[in-house]
Design a binder for this molecule. Structure first.
Ligand code: SIN
Ligand code: FE2
Length: 217
């Protein structure tokens, strides 16, 4: 399409990269809001600190997580689920800050999913060596809504595959401010993150933070 001809070229490639029919990488999309986002993350984690969850299989996750929104994703011996209460504090998760919601809505609309109204945001913290093995996001009741994923801090290698675990995966370098949206035919695509390489990010230091927005209920 002619529109593609006018896309700007950043240092790491085109500003928008189609990963599959329903999956788009928007490079640098969250950069204008970086300071606001980081301040909001600090406020959320002061109320609901990052923690390492244990999977139902008994493994401690290398990624530390917390949540904001009406419900948060939790894992324990009984399984994975969304819960309105933070099990650590016994209180509701911190509310989703308006700039989070606005960014997620804009990115979804940009990727062809207008009207996205996330009710959950999982916040993942990766320190060097942390990884997320190949999985599907399938604990949400509303699979009609996309997933919007915002990367901040150190760069990571994102793995994006198909609808079967055995499908080949492609690797994408995600940098500070990059946003990936997947939905429609790709909503249940397998994805993961390779072990984080060590480094130092100007704003976030030795870590990567990822926000994933979902419509859980
Ligand atoms: C996720 O799958 O929940 C997070 C993906 C990422 O950290 O990029
Ligand atoms: Fe995921």
């Amino acid at each position: 399409m002619t529109a593609d001809l006018f896309e700007s070229l950043g240092a790491t490639g085109p500003a928008r990269e189609k990963l599959a029919e329903g999956a788009l990488l928007l490079r640098g999309f969250a950069r204008p809001q970086q300071h606001e986002l980081i301040a909001a993350i600090d406020a959320i984690t002061a109320q609901a600190p990052f923690r390492h969850l244990v999977t139902p299989g008994g493994y401690r996750m290398s990624v530390a997580i917390t949540n904001c929104g009406d419900v948060g994703w939790v894992s324990d011996a009984s399984g994975y689920r969304y819960d309105a209460i933070d099990p650590e504090s016994g209180k509701p998760w911190p509310a989703m800050p308006p700039p989070f919601r606005a960014l997620a809505e804009q990115a979804a609309a940009e990727a062809g999913f207008p009207g996205f109204a996330p009710d959950a945001c999982l916040i993942n913290r990766y320190e060097p060596g942390a990884r997320l093995s190949l999985h599907q996001d399938r604990d949400e009741r509303n699979l009609g809504a996309p997933i919007v994923s915002v990367s901040l801090g150190l760069p990571a290698t994102f793995l994006f595959g198909g609808l079967k675990r055995s499908d080949p995966t492609r690797r994408y370098r995600l940098e500070h401010g990059d946003v990936v949206v997947w939905g429609g035919p790709e909503r249940l695509a397998f994805h993961g993150v390779a072990p984080l390489a060590d480094g130092e990010h100007g704003l976030l230091g030795r870590k990567r933070i990822n926000l994933t927005f979902r419509r859980a209920r």
